[in-house]
Design a protein. Structure first.
Length: 102
């Protein structure tokens, strides 16, 4: 197992994968605007780096937590616009989860 680096990017274009089941932490809240999706099924189109990178060590349990301050991190809204993770160099298998506020 090798250490690896992922960058958080904004993707535009392409075809998003299936919607991932999410869990609502606030009952009776409004419908979600942001949807978690599986891998893109076609080219992601334009990739714009957000400036955030995660360096993961070569060990089980290595982790990175990104925080975005009071204003959060936002991108334009659209059917083919998303935030995604892209490996820099040699990618490794990793498990990812996101928690977001709307």
């Amino acid at each position: 197992m090798l250490s690896c680096i992922y960058q958080l990017v904004q993707l535009t274009g392409g075809t998003p994968g299936a919607t991932v089941t999410s869990f609502e932490h606030r009952q009776n809240g409004p419908a979600a605007v942001c949807l978690a999706k599986q891998l893109w099924t076609a080219d992601g189109g334009t990739i714009v780096p957000t400036g955030y990178r995660m360096v993961l060590g070569a060990a089980i349990g290595s982790a990175a937590i990104l925080t975005f301050g009071d204003d959060g991190l936002a991108c334009a809204v659209g059917a083919t616009i998303a935030l995604g993770l892209v490996p820099i160099g040699t990618g490794q298998i990793c498990e990812v989860y996101f928690v977001w506020d709307e």
